[in-house]
Design a protein around this ligand. Structure first.
Ligand code: ZN
Length: 148
């Protein structure tokens, strides 16, 4: 099962941070080796007014995508990726590390999304959510938000 209860809330941004348009960092504690977390609500609460926000994770074994957060679909996404890059295959990278499958999964999906927002609300489609994908957990991960 996928656990949605492991987002560590980022510190509240203060008005001075907004004035200088400082980058916001959200910390996520993942609890499994492979896991998908819906981080939409956590991101939206930092948005005010209108603009575009870059949502970026600075890791090589995690991804950010947009898709539906229906729990069975999230399990389907993980099993689909496991078929493409199974953990128990031979990889050269595993001669020095034990996570080549995680790098391959993350490289397929990418590390960022850029989204418009109006009046502090992300302009997402009905079923679209911002999903954080962990492929080499459990770890503490970062997500950066930069409003343009
Ligand atoms: Zn590695």
């Amino acid at each position: 099962m996928i656990n949605f209860e492991n987002l560590k809330r980022a510190e509240k941004i203060n008005s001075k941070d907004r004035e200088v348009n400082r980058m916001i960092t959200i910390e996520i504690k993942t609890r499994k080796r492979n896991e998908i977390l819906d981080i939409t609500t956590d991101i939206e609460k930092f948005l005010e007014g209108n603009g575009v926000v870059l949502i970026f994770t600075p890791h090589t074994t995690a991804s950010i995508i947009l898709n539906e957060a229906e729990s069975r679909l999230l399990e389907d996404i993980l099993s689909f990726l496991e078929k493409i890059a199974p953990y128990n295959s031979y990889y050269k990278h595993n001669e020095i590390d034990d996570n080549a499958d995680a790098h391959l999964k993350a490289s397929l999906l990418g590390n960022s999304v850029v989204l418009p927002f109006e009046n502090g609300k992300l302009q997402l489609g009905t079923w679209q959510r911002i999903l954080f994908l962990e492929f080499d957990g459990p770890r503490t991960r970062k997500v950066f938000l930069k409003v343009i």
